[in-house]
Design a protein around this ligand. Structure first.
Ligand code: KG4
Ligand code: ZN
Length: 348
């Protein structure tokens, strides 16, 4: 069964053809990152306008690369939420229109569930598991017992982890999106240089908080400054400290990243122990982070846990995860509307 998937929930315009929920025949992703970079974040109006301009050619490319015509497609799937309403509308209505015109079933897909499914795609025997969805908009820890069977154990009470990476990168004037830049600079930094707070790590809940960590970085920078200029930074570095007090920007990145990763990994492992699962997985843009992957892989190996991580192209927003998950879902009504704030399940 071949499904054409469409994803436009934020600033990536993507279309893919996936066979039987596992074989990715094409996965075209057109990123708008250059459009939004001058604004330091996604501008919804620009995002929807760009989706509208790109969607036809992205779908045409996805069909072409997969060597399929609409005739070969068994169903059309598109993200209906959560995300930016004006962006979701473009992909959802395009998907519904194509399905209706071609006489195919239409399947509406939850973006968060698709992220969660991406590392499981090739390991359907891995359930039950503890899964972390960690992106620019969400930080959700889930106990997964089956596809569609989710118990949310905890989520962020303020900023998402990716949002914290992006905001700290902004404080350091590293450009947008900040996560990959922090990851890159942290490799040359000392993660023990600054003891940033591990917010809520010792809290008995599985909730997260990243706003305090971001503020701790802000106060550190106000007090100490960082050594400037930073090679590779797009702007001038922030107020430079004196030679005696300034910290290397690489050390700030590494120390911030270590604090964020400690909390993410710490809560995943505690949940795996409490819920007695043998598998853990992570998905979403932040799960690409190299220190996160390294630390999680090391801890899982020590504990004999199986770790599932998707390749980087399936971690950030993409339509392959939408088309893949759709294989497990039944058709939706054509009257289905966008659901910008929809969650994943009922909190525990
Ligand atoms: O999943 P995604 O593409 O979009 C959302 O659904 O939010 O995630 C984007 C987020 C951004 O905050 C970006 O800075 C972060 O993922 N990100 C990273 C890395 N690559 C992307 N954060 C840390 N380290 C990375 N290597
Ligand atoms: Zn996403």
């Amino acid at each position: 069964m071949k499904i054409l998937g469409i994803e436009t929930s934020c600033d990536e315009t993507s279309a893919a053809v996936v066979e039987d929920g596992v074989r990715i025949l094409s996965n075209i992703i057109s990123s708008q990152v250059d459009v939004h970079r001058p604004y330091g974040g996604v501008v919804p109006e620009l995002a929807s306008r760009n989706h509208l301009q790109l969607i036809d050619s992205v779908i045409t490319d996805a069909l072409h690369v997969s060597r399929c015509t609409l005739h070969d497609i068994d169903a059309v799937a598109a993200t209906y939420g959560p995300g930016l309403a004006s962006s979701l509308l473009i992909g959802l209505n395009t998907g519904k229109g194509i399905a209706f015109a071609a006489g195919k079933p239409f399947i509406a897909i939850n973006h968060m569930e698709a992220h969660l499914y991406s590392p499981v795609m090739n390991a359907p025997d891995a359930l039950p598991m503890i899964s972390l969805i960690v992106s620019g908009g969400h930080t959700i820890l889930v106990h997964v017992t089956g596809i569609g069977q989710y118990r949310i154990l905890g989520q962020t009470v303020d900023d998402a982890a990716g949002e914290a990476f992006d905001k700290v990168a902004k404080l350091l004037k590293l450009g947008y999106p900040g996560g990959p830049e922090i990851d890159r600079l942290a490799k040359a930094g000392n993660a023990r240089a600054i003891d940033f707070p591990r917010s809520m790590l010792d809290d008995p809940s599985y909730n997260f908080s990243f706003s305090g960590l971001k503020t701790a970085v802000l106060y550190w920078l106000r007090k100490h400054g960082v050594v400037a200029p930073v090679p590779g930074a797009r702007d001038a570095a922030p107020a430079a400290g004196t030679a005696a007090t300034a910290t290397r920007v690489e050390d700030v990145c590494a120390s911030f990243q270590e604090a964020a990763v400690d909390v993410l990994v710490g809560k995943m492992l505690r949940a795996a122990e409490e819920y007695r699962v043998r598998t853990v997985s992570a998905s979403g843009g932040v799960s690409i982070n190299s220190r996160f992957r390294e630390k999680l892989a090391g801890e899982c190996a020590t504990r004999g846990l199986r770790l599932l991580l998707a390749p980087a192209t399936l971690c950030t927003d993409n339509a392959a995860m939408i088309a893949a998950l759709a294989f497990h879902k039944s058709a939706s009504e054509f009257s289905i509307d966008v659901a910008p704030s929809i969650g994943l399940g009922v909190p525990a």
